[in-house]
Ligand binder design. Structure first.
Ligand code: TRP
Length: 368
């Protein structure tokens, strides 16, 4: 085991991860393994004392912690614990960070014996010598029982230039054998991420994230291109519950995102659809965000207990004393599978956003 020193970024986040592993029902051996994986993946940034500022201005989280957790729920099962990381965060520049992150992925591929071929085929598009921001490469690990995580990488479609993002997405999908996929996507106001499943997945996906400004509940339901998709009412109800009274009109704060995942190439259509709501911009505080999450989970027959226990696993503060601990809520539909609800939980290593001032309190406004 790697010794994580107290008072460091690695020590702090490894502690959070260990407590979350217990919440998610992982055993002590897997917990040790995954705490080590977190420290190794963060690299030298893990050693950084907590009294220094964050290693980079990463946009992975609001307070620039290069780590974010999520719990993904399905009815009748333990939630899956995942962790999103920016391995190159201490490297000093986006270009060097991207190379460090790529090296981290290749190291994981050697260790867990998976191929990076799909990523290698896209390297020139997403990791050019002078990349544009806001990210180069993030890694998400699903911490399964058994000590071997499932690996996803997140890439920046704007890396070769913001005006080229759409072209980059189209080119990447084509290279991966999804020639008609780009045409199948709904209209969007931006392409924030492209994600790839690497390693031992039943059906590895390529996922395209779209940004939608001023999204309404009715529009959200109409953005799904998966057939059959979820019932439109379910998507709209999710948006209403997650965004609260603000959703009576449109999501005019941080925008909603949709994610379209492609697995097979014959239909040309995505096999999965996810709606992400940045709940933190639509609540006063995390007590309210937790209530929203509980309502969504209960509505899908899922036990909210692990999420309630996850919050004290990452922070000693009370939910009502800040906002942003629950960053996003997402509802995911993958064809042929039961729906999943995911809650993204911030680390808040460096900062807590104060509750929204009361006059802005969305629930205080009338619903029309
Ligand atoms: N922090 C960024 C954002 O809020 C990126 C991000 C982190 C994100 N976790 C996410 C985006 C989960 C969507 C869902 O946009």
């Amino acid at each position: 085991m790697i010794a994580a020193r107290a008072g460091t970024l690695g020590g702090h986040t490894a502690g959070q991860l260990r407590r979350l592993c217990a919440v998610a029902g992982l055993d002590p051996t897997d917990t040790d393994t995954y705490a080590d994986v977190l420290l190794t993946t963060l690299g030298p940034a893990a050693e950084r004392p907590l009294d220094l500022p964050p290693p980079s201005r990463t946009f992975l989280s609001d307070d620039h912690t290069p780590v974010e957790y999520s719990l993904s729920f399905t009815a009748g099962a333990n939630p899956a614990l995942r962790v999103l990381l920016e391995p190159g965060c201490g490297a000093g520049s986006l270009a060097r960070g991207g190379r460090a992150a790529l090296a981290a992925v290749r190291e994981m591929a050697r260790r867990w014996e998976f191929s990076t071929e799909r990523l290698d085929d896209l390297e020139d598009l997403f990791l050019p010598p002078s990349p544009h921001g806001p990210l180069a490469l993030w890694i998400a690990l699903e911490l399964r029982p058994g000590g071997v995580p499932q690996v996803k990488v997140y890439l920046n479609p704007a890396a070769s230039g913001p005006h080229r993002a759409a072209r980059t997405v189209r080119e990447a999908l084509g290279r991966l054998g999804h020639e008609r996929a780009f045409e199948a996507l709904p209209p969007a106001d931006g392409y924030p991420f492209l994600a790839l499943d690497l390693g031992d997945w039943e059906a590895p996906r390529v996922k395209v994230y779209l940004k939608h400004l001023d999204l309404s509940a009715a529009e959200a339901a109409g953005l799904c291109r998966t057939e059959p998709g979820p019932p439109a009412g379910e998507v709209a109800a999710f948006l209403h519950t997650a965004a609260g009274a603000a959703s009576a009109s449109r999501l005019d704060r941080r925008p909603g995102l949709t994610c379209h995942s492609f697995t097979e190439t014959d239909s040309g259509l995505p096999s999965g659809f996810t709606l992400h709501i940045p709940v933190r911009d639509y609540v006063r505080d995390d007590a309210e965000a937790l209530d929203r999450a509980r309502t969504v989970l209960a509505g899908h027959g899922m036990d909210a207990g692990p999420l309630t226990r996850a919050l004290p696993a990452v922070t000693g503060r009370r939910p009502e004393d800040g906002v942003g601990l629950i960053a996003y809520l997402a509802l995911a539909h993958q064809r042929g599978r039961p729906p999943r609800v995911t809650a993204y939980v911030s680390s808040e290593t460096y900062a807590v956003r104060p509750p929204a001032p009361t006059p802005e309190r969305i629930d205080a406004q009338p619903v029309h």
